[in-house]
Design a protein around this ligand. Structure first.
Ligand code: APR
Length: 267
C-alpha cells in the first residue's frame, strides 16, 4: 500500500465497532442491541405505527447512552487525519453523533446515511428537528430530559425542538408543524438510507476506501467495498474480526478500533 498522503481521494465508512469502546452497544456482537430487542419491534415504520411508545422508549435509551459516551481515540484520529489530507470523506452508518462531537473544527462532516439520534422528524411532512430530549428514562418511565446531544449553538437552530413548547398525545411528542407524532430521525429497516447519490459518487471516485468497525451484513453499506474495488480503489478493512466481503478487501487489519485506527491513520 502507498503512503496515505499519496492517495488523492479517500473515503471512510464506519459502523458500530468504532463507537464500541466509547460504551455504545453494537448491534450484532454478543449482548448487542438486536439480542435485547427485536428489530421488528423497535426499528421499522410498522413498529412505530403499532407501538410508538415502545419505539420512543428504545430511542430514548439510546439517546441517553449516546449522550453519556465520549468520542474515542479512533473518532479523533479520523479528524486529525482529515486536517492533514485535502480530500477525505466520511460515511457513517452510526447514529450516535460521536463523529460530529469529535469534530469541533468541522474538518470531517460525516454523511449520516442512517440518520442521527440527535434529530427527530415530523411523521407527516418529514421536517427534521434537532432534538436532544429523551422522552423516557432508562427504566422506560415518562421523564423527558435534555441529553446534551446538542450543544448550545445548535439549540438556537431554527428547527430545534424546545421541549417546554411541545404538545403530547399519549406521551408521544407532536410536531410543531403538523401536530402529528414526531419520530426519531433514524432510517429504519425497509426505508431508504439517506444521501445515497452523494455516497455512490464519492465511492466511484475514490482511490482508497477504508471500512472501519462494520460487520458488512446490512445493505446498501455492505456493497460499498465491492463498489470501491470496482472503481479501482485500494480497499482496507479495520475490524475486530473478518467480514464477509474478503474478496473485495486488499488489506484486512484486525484489532480494536482505538488501537488500529490511530496507527493506520497516523500522519
Ligand atoms: N473495534 C473494532 N471493531 C469492533 C469493535 C472494536 N472495539 N467492537 C466491535 N467491532 C466490530 C464487530 O466485530 C462487528 O464486525 O464491529 C462490527 C459491528 O457490527 P454490527 O454490530 O453489525 O454494526 P454495524 O455493522 O454498524 O451494523 C450496520 O445494521 O442494525 C443496523 O442500522 C444498523 O447501522 C447499523 C447497521
Amino acid at each position: 500500500m502507498k503512503p496515505l498522503n499519496e492517495y488523492k481521494k479517500i473515503v471512510i465508512l464506519t459502523g458500530a465497532g468504532i463507537s464500541a469502546e466509547s460504551g455504545i452497544s453494537t448491534f450484532r456482537d454478543s449482548q448487542g442491541l438486536w439480542e435485547q430487542h427485536k428489530i421488528e419491534d423497535v426499528a421499522t415504520p410498522e413498529a412505530f405505527e403499532k407501538d410508538p411508545l415502545l419505539v420512543w422508549k428504545f430511542y430514548s435509551m439510546r439517546r441517553l447512552q449516546a449522550a453519556k459516551a465520549k468520542p474515542n481515540l479512533a473518532h479523533l484520529a479520523l479528524i486529525q487525519f482529515a486536517k492533514a489530507h485535502p480530500d477525505v470523506h466520511l460515511i457513517t452508518q452510526n447514529v450516535d453523533a460521536l463523529h460530529l462531537r469529535a469534530d469541533t473544527t468541522h474538518s470531517l462532516p460525516p454523511i449520516c446515511m442512517h440518520g442521527s439520534l440527535h434529530e427527530s422528524s415530523c411523521s407527516n411532512c418529514g421536517i427534521v428537528y434537532l432534538d436532544d430530549y429523551a422522552y423516557f428514562n432508562e427504566l422506560g418511565d415518562y421523564a423527558p430530559q435534555e441529553t446534551e446531544l446538542c450543544d448550545s449553538t445548535q439549540r438556537s437552530h431554527q428547527h430545534y425542538l424546545h421541549h417546554y413548547n411541545l404538545e403530547y398525545r399519549n406521551f408521544i411528542p407532536l410536531s410543531p408543524c403538523c401536530k402529528v407524532m414526531i419520530r426519531p430521525h433514524i432510517v429504519w429497516f425497509g426505508e431508504m438510507p439517506q444521501h445515497m447519490e452523494k455516497i455512490y459518487h464519492q465511492i466511484s471516485h475514490c482511490d482508497l476506501f477504508v471500512s472501519i468497525g462494520t460487520s458488512g451484513v446490512v445493505y446498501p453499506a455492505a456493497s460499498f467495498l465491492a463498489g470501491a474495488k470496482a472503481a479501482g480503489a485500494h480497499t482496507v478493512c479495520l475490524n475486530k474480526e473478518p467480514i464477509p466481503q474478503a474478496a473485495f478487501i486488499d488489506e484486512f487489519i484486525e484489532g480494536s478500533a482505538t488501537d488500529i485506527v490511530p496507527r493506520f491513520f497516523r500522519i
